[in-house]
Design a protein around this ligand. Sequence first.
Ligand code: SF4
Ligand code: SF4
Length: 167
Amino acid sequence: MSFVNRLFSAINSGTKHLFKRRFTLRYPDQKFILEGEGYQYDPKNGVGIAGYRGRHILYLERCTGCSLCFMMCKGISLAIEMINLPDKQISVNKKSNFPQIDYSKCVYCGFCVDACPFRALFETNDYEVVSYDRESLLFTPEQLAVPPKKPKGTHDLKYGSRGAYHA
Ligand code: SF4
Ligand code: SF4
């Protein structure tokens, strides 16, 4: 390809993008709102419910302490550890054992969610699990039980004939 052809090809390629809607956001001042509730699994029907695989949510009142999530993660990243919370009196969990997750190891694969037979562990839309130190990335069962807050300054992602964009 000659120099002139390459020049016109580059100008042509750049010009096409002038008429597209902006897709980038000025993160962290602007943030996306992700659709849905996050990744879930329906053990009754054996199907995953599509969604973003972010920070988990643990429904303490449904957790039996069976450790299946822990055993599943053991072969992946050892991010889950079962810990004992004697002050948590939950009728279905006689030994009061619950999972905690170390997000410095978690790869967000969702296999622990698939392994839970009691719909006690799902993933959420929270994509901001960040910290300056590793200790803060260790989420106790009580921390996992708190639903994530909707980030401020959020933007809806829209889908048009020219692809995804935001207002
Ligand atoms: S999502 Fe994280 S905690 Fe769950 S199995 Fe995968 S690596 Fe382990
Ligand atoms: S979260 Fe689910 S799989 Fe993990 S210990 Fe609790 S009930 Fe068992």
